[in-house]
Design a protein around this ligand. Structure first.
Ligand SMILES: NC(=O)C1=CN([C@@H]2O[C@H](COP(=O)(O)OP(=O)(O)OC[C@H]3O[C@@H](n4cnc5c(N)ncnc54)[C@H](OP(=O)(O)O)[C@@H]3O)[C@@H](O)[C@H]2O)C=CC1
Ligand SMILES: O=C(O)[C@@H]1CCC=N1
Length: 285
């Protein structure tokens, strides 16, 4: 790949471009980025990563191998409509939009295109994304390899059925936020029980890294690993009894199901917006 273009310059686009550049897959000069109107952000990305910011579609699409769609799903129809006349047949469109189906994007582009739908996460910035991808029939083997290399560069990649991508979104697309939420609670409690914030953060981060490494390398299930830590009558048992009392595991299960369901609903909203005469489904923000 010689030229990659990002439509959208927010959290996900920045995580991907920084991982791609950091790992040497592409130089900053091979990456082009545009957004809706936040010129300050484009300047900041130019200064940080040496990428090219532009609002000129001729310049953006010239010799582009792949275009990554990285705006909010609600902005996708408008964006595709604005740039669809610049899309050549040989450009690979890669969408990271939550919920938006391949069919909806094909419909929006109003022309046959090779499209990969991907669900990475922001840990791409540190080459630790968990990404799942699915493509339409027009994606060639060479284009599949391009997409796989791109996402392998920033972490782990799995090919999935398109129908599974809403579940992936609820699980690992949003997943980092669930972990940060848990860590917020761990940090608050650490301070309340007498630890300095810096020490608490170091201990928490190392605990997460260690637990992740155990799960990645051990033959044991997470439940077995948990039981190894839980001495009968000990501290862990006392703590986990509180989590059980508050239904924390059930809450996490509902959280992931709701996020996956919301991904599906966002896709349906865009699809019906594009469909003739149908009203978009209302989403609670
Ligand atoms: N954040 C995450 O953890 C993840 C996000 N995603 C997906 O990535 C996408 C982006 O999310 P995120 O980065 O968080 O969003 P942000 O709100 O951080 O960024 C959205 C970007 O899209 C730009 N934009 C809006 N409209 C257009 C347009 N018409 N043309 C070009 N650019 C446009 C915005 O520009 P401006 O600032 O000028 O308005 C902004 O740069 C979403 O679809 C989301 O589902 C997927 C996986 C994880
Ligand atoms: O919250 C969102 O909608 C996006 C998709 C996955 C993570 N962030």
């Amino acid at each position: 790949m010689k030229k990659l273009v990002f439509f959208g310059a927010g959290s996900m686009a920045e995580a991907l471009m920084s991982g791609i550049i950091e790992n040497g897959l592409l130089k900053g000069s091979q990456i082009w980025v545009t957004n809706r109107n936040n010129q300050k952000k484009l300047k900041q990305l130019e200064q940080t990563y040496g990428i090219n910011g532009s609002y000129d579609y001729n310049e953006l699409f010239a010799d582009a191998d792949a275009v990554i769609l990285a705006m909010k799903p609600k902005d996708a129809a408008g964006a595709i409509n604005e740039f669809k006349s610049f899309l050549r047949d040989d450009i690979l469109l890669i969408s990271v939009l939550a919920g938006v189906s391949l069919e909806t994007m094909e419909q929006a582009a109003e022309k046959p295109l090779a499209i990969i739908r991907a669900m990475p996460n922001t840990s791409a910035a540190v080459s630790r994304s968990a990404t799942a991808i699915a493509g339409n029939q027009r994606v060639t083997e060479a284009q599949k390899r391009i997409a796989q290399k791109l996402f392998d560069t920033v972490g782990f990649t799995a090919f999935v059925q398109e129908e599974q991508l809403d579940a992936v979104t609820g699980l690992s697309g949003s997943g980092p936020a669930y972990i940060y939420y848990l860590v917020e609670a761990m940090e608050k409690s650490a301070v309340e029980i007498g630890l300095e914030q810096k020490l608490a953060k170091d201990l928490i981060v190392q605990t997460l890294i260690g637990a992740a490494a155990m799960m990645a390398t051990s033959e044991k299930t997470p439940e077995e690993l948990r039981l190894q830590v839980t001495s009968p009558g000990g501290t862990t048992e006392a703590g986990i009894a509180i989590l059980e009392k508050h239904g924390v595991q059930e809450a996490f299960i509902s959280c992931i199901k709701e996020a996956a369901n919301h991904s599906r609903k966002m896709g349906e909203a865009l699809s019906s917006e594009l469909g003739s005469g149908k009203q978009p489904i209302k989403l609670s923000e």
